[in-house]
Design a protein around this ligand. Structure first.
Ligand SMILES: Cc1cc2nc3c(=O)[nH]c(=O)nc-3n(C[C@H](O)[C@H](O)[C@H](O)COP(=O)(O)OP(=O)(O)OC[C@H]3O[C@@H](n4cnc5c(N)ncnc54)[C@H](O)[C@@H]3O)c2cc1C
Length: 292
């Protein structure tokens, strides 16, 4: 079996190659030099848009007769998956996190906002792959690096504006202290920062906190329409635990919730729960952490 992988995110690319290494022969098309993860050929482009990247991928696919195409589920990846599906007349399955090929292809993906897992038998050829599912592992094999020259694009960048981000990438954090509407106001963030600092963690938040009230920047939003995170510890402060929020923390190793409502849905999903007022509980936790 042979596959072609596309990603414009180096970390996600490493994870996907590692997942398929030894399951099939891998060629990669990307904008990074990911050469130690087990691919045979790495076709590297510099700058590209959805049109000229898709064109190159289609040429590779037709020339090398790959069995499958796997595309990382970034904004650009999802656009490209749609274009390839149309131009190659092949259906595309989105957001898979498992792919087995014993006689038949069986995939898994989250459904109902991450509340359930859908296992499907399929004859599709194109798949987008959910981020943060696999662990990237270097292997003792060096890929061939091939300089990919893209044709001219129909698009041209006229100007670039930097997005307002709030510091570190929460998808890489080992500890996340996440705040919800229960925090009450932006000013109250300083009351939970001692906990973030004591744990050497990152702060994140629910959608209302990041998108509606803008207490935190948008890149700190966790959930279905935000970031999918995978920390060792996820501490939810004043977050009710709606399904769309939980979709972002499925891969957290340990979830700890503090909520004053004992019936909050987060208590059905967390590993440890404290029913209480976060403004009382958080200072006590900080004291304990400092004195240990
Ligand atoms: C298409 C779609 C996509 C969405 N995507 C996302 C997403 O990516 N991420 C996301 O988070 N949401 C998302 N949502 C919104 C989601 O449905 C919820 O509305 C949201 O998660 C609720 O945020 P919250 O838990 O902060 O607020 P609330 O649901 O209002 O919960 C606040 C909690 O704080 C508790 N509380 C109040 N005061 C205190 C206190 N002093 N101490 C302790 N606890 C206290 C309350 O008991 C309550 O449980 C999406 C919705 C839709 C429709």
């Amino acid at each position: 079996m042979r596959c072609l992988i596309f990603s414009d995110d180096a970390d996600n690319l490493k994870e996907i190659i590692s997942y398929f290494y030894k399951k099939m022969d891998i060629d990669v098309f990307c904008n990074s030099e990911v050469l130690d993860y087990g691919a045979n050929n790495v076709y590297k482009y510099n700058d590209g848009f959805s049109d000229n990247i898709s064109e190159y991928l289609i040429e590779l696919y037709n020339k090398n007769k790959y069995d499958y195409i796997f595309i990382s589920s970034t904004n650009l990846g999802r656009q490209i998956a749609g274009i390839l599906s149309d131009k190659l007349n092949e259906k595309c399955m989105p957001e898979i996190f498992s792919f087995e090929n014993d006689y038949k292809v069986v995939t898994k993906r989250f459904f109902y906002g991450g509340k359930s897992v859908l296992t499907e038998e399929t004859d599709f050829k194109i798949f987008t792959v959910a981020p943060g599912i696999y662990e990237a592992k270097k292997v003792d094999k060096r890929s061939n690096l091939i300089d990919a020259k893209l044709k001219n694009s129909r698009y041209k960048i006229l100007s670039k504006k930097k997005k307002n981000t709030g510091g570190n990438d929460i998808t890489k954090a080992k500890v996340i202290v996440s705040i919800g509407r229960g925090l009450g106001s932006k000013e109250n963030i300083e009351k939970v920062m001692p906990l973030v600092d004591a744990l050497h963690g990152e702060i994140a938040g629910s959608r209302p906190v990041c998108l509606d009230y803008k207490w935190l920047s948008e890149d700190k939003q966790v959930g279905l329409s935000g970031k999918k995170v995978k920390p060792d510890f996820y501490i939810a402060l004043g977050i009710s635990g709606q399904i769309q929020h939980l979709a972002g923390i499925r891969n957290a190793k340990t979830i700890i919730a503090i909520n004053k409502d004992k019936n909050a849905p987060i208590f059905e999903e967390c590993d440890y729960g404290i029913v209480g007022d976060l403004f009382t509980v958080v200072p006590k936790l900080v004291d304990k952490l400092k004195n240990n």
